[in-house]
Design a protein around this ligand. Structure first.
Ligand SMILES: Cc1cc2nc3c(=O)[nH]c(=O)nc-3n(C[C@H](O)[C@H](O)[C@H](O)COP(=O)(O)OP(=O)(O)OC[C@H]3O[C@@H](n4cnc5c(N)ncnc54)[C@H](O)[C@@H]3O)c2cc1C
Length: 450
């Protein structure tokens, strides 16, 4: 039976673990979403997080309708708490507008008669929050006893019917299964893909970096006036800058994306500090409107590398399975990466719930690892194609934003038309059907193995 027990000599974590106990690596949005969902499914788990505490990254996060539906299906209280803090566009009548399109250059396009046309969909309702607020909501569902901080996974080893995890502090544990929620550079991705698809392990730099800022709404209005009230994308060739309201209307989130022909110089770092002059020069090269340039006063001169996983041939290797950015890190152009974590958590938790129910009903006869393999295969069959499509469409969307799409170029009418037709597949998706598909596939696989 796959139980979570410390190796002799190491300090015991819990010697009374049930036959199914899942280890989650990483307490980001992916790991936390899975933990909330496993609480609901009565599947025991432990989260191992390398940091000393939950993250407090200061940035905004947009949550689309599919992601909100996933929250709802994971735990209605999760959705309820998010709804209580979520904020959209402040102008009445713009609830379904994702963003309004302006030019980045001086005048914002007014001289050409361009007045900021919107894109969105009746299927979409704009919502966003401060990332820290979202994480606070998520961690409020996680019992303290289920999270171990300062536990950096250093090694993963498949045993006959369980997995061995080794930590940098020397401790070793055995567990029924590992869900790698350890992000874009996670060790679990290397474990799952390294021997079979070594070229897919590392994320690929998209020759683009971003600068980020959060600005108090009162100060943003001093600079932008009413433009601060609703989400905007300012388009330039090779550069685009987005603003949207977060923090229940008290702040705006600003991200400026810059195309970069040079390779990213680091394998292990996703950020690079530069001089303020360099950051400003990236934008003045494009004759940026002075109001947008002023927003950079609040930005740290730190470049965030925009990288993603263009291809991932599988999410599983034995009893180790990937979830969130470790499985499918994406460019942020469709504001969908966190939403994809939530969809993963929904589907995988329902399947692990099934495994838990089987183990609970016939513990003596049950082959736990075979049930887990079926669950992972069913999860991957539903989630991988959709997450892959999200990654690929996000690449294309980025080309539209930076006026570099081969069929659209700098034509703003075509740009907005394209954006208006781009997102419905993502937002209108039927997650109930996904759950059913995954559960049916799981039942099929289990029947085949019996
Ligand atoms: C600029 C930008 C803007 C974005 N905007 C949006 C948006 O508006 N909407 C949206 O839906 N998505 C957005 N995203 C994407 C979204 O932020 C990510 O998809 C999501 O946060 C990924 O969560 P995760 O839990 O998979 O990974 P992470 O958040 O990276 O969490 C991984 C966790 O694992 C831990 N860890 C790593 N290695 C180990 C180890 N060896 N042992 C133990 N712990 C480990 C880390 O410390 C970390 O806590 C954006 C991304 C970027 C870069």
């Amino acid at each position: 039976m796959g139980s979570l027990l410390s190796k002799p000599g190491a300090s015991a974590i819990d010697t009374k673990q049930p036959p199914l106990h899942v280890s989650i690596i990483g307490a980001g949005i992916g790991g936390l979403a899975l933990a909330i969902a496993l609480n609901k499914q009565n599947v025991p788990y432990t989260i191992y997080e390398s940091a000393g505490a939950y993250a407090t990254v200061g940035a905004g996060v947009g949550i689309g309708p599919n992601a909100m539906r996933a929250m709802d299906m994971i735990d209605k209280r999760f959705r309820g708490k998010y709804d209580a803090v979520a904020i959209g566009n402040l102008t009445p009548g713009k609830e379904h507008v994702m963003m309004e399109a302006y030019l980045l250059e001086e005048g914002l396009g007014a001289r050409q008669g361009w007045l900021g046309k919107p894109w969105g969909s009746p299927a979409y309702t704009r919502t966003a929050a401060h990332r820290k607020t979202l994480l606070d909501i998520m961690t409020s569902f996680i019992p303290e006893s289920t999270v171990k901080f300062n536990k950096q996974v250093a090694g993963i080893k498949q045993l006959r019917d369980k997995v061995e995890l080794t930590f940098t502090d020397g401790e070793t544990i055995e567990t029924s299964a590992v869900i790698g929620c350890d992000g874009i550079k996670g060790a679990s991705r290397r474990y799952v893909l390294g021997s079979r698809y070594p070229d897919e392990v590392l994320a690929k730099y998209n020759n683009q970096y971003a600068y980020r800022a959060i600005i108090r709404m009162s100060e943003a209005r001093e600079v932008l006036g009413d433009l601060a009230n609703d989400a905007k994308m300012y388009f330039g060739r090779g550069i685009n800058l987005s603003t949207y309201v977060i923090s229940e209307g008290q702040e705006i989130n600003v991200v400026g994306f810059v195309r970069d022909p040079e390779p990213w110089p680091y394998d292990d770092k996703v950020t690079r500090e530069v001089t303020r002059e360099k950051m400003v020069a990236d934008f003045t090269a494009q004759n940026i409107d002075p109001r947008l340039l002023k927003l950079l006063d609040w930005a740290k001169p730190v470049q965030w590398a925009m990288s993603h996983h263009p291809k991932t041939s599988t999410y599983q290797n034995g009893l180790v399975c990937l979830l969130g950015d470790s499985a499918h890190a994406t460019l942020p152009n469709q504001a969908a990466g966190a939403g994809q974590c939530l969809e993963d958590a929904l589907i995988l938790s329902r399947l692990l719930g099934r495994v838990g129910a089987t183990v609970g009903s016939k513990p003596a006869q049950c082959d736990v690892s075979s049930e887990l393999n079926a669950a992972f295969e069913a999860y991957e069959s539903v989630r991988r194609p959709r997450a892959q499509k999200q990654i690929e469409t996000s690449v294309e969307c980025g080309k539209v934003y930076s006026l570099m799409h081969p069929d659209i170029g700098t034509d703003m009418n075509k740009t907005v038309k394209n954006l208006n037709s781009r997102f419905d597949w993502l937002w209108k998706h039927d997650l109930d059907a996904d759950v059913k598909l995954a559960e049916d596939r799981y039942a099929e696989l289990v029947a085949m193995k019996d």
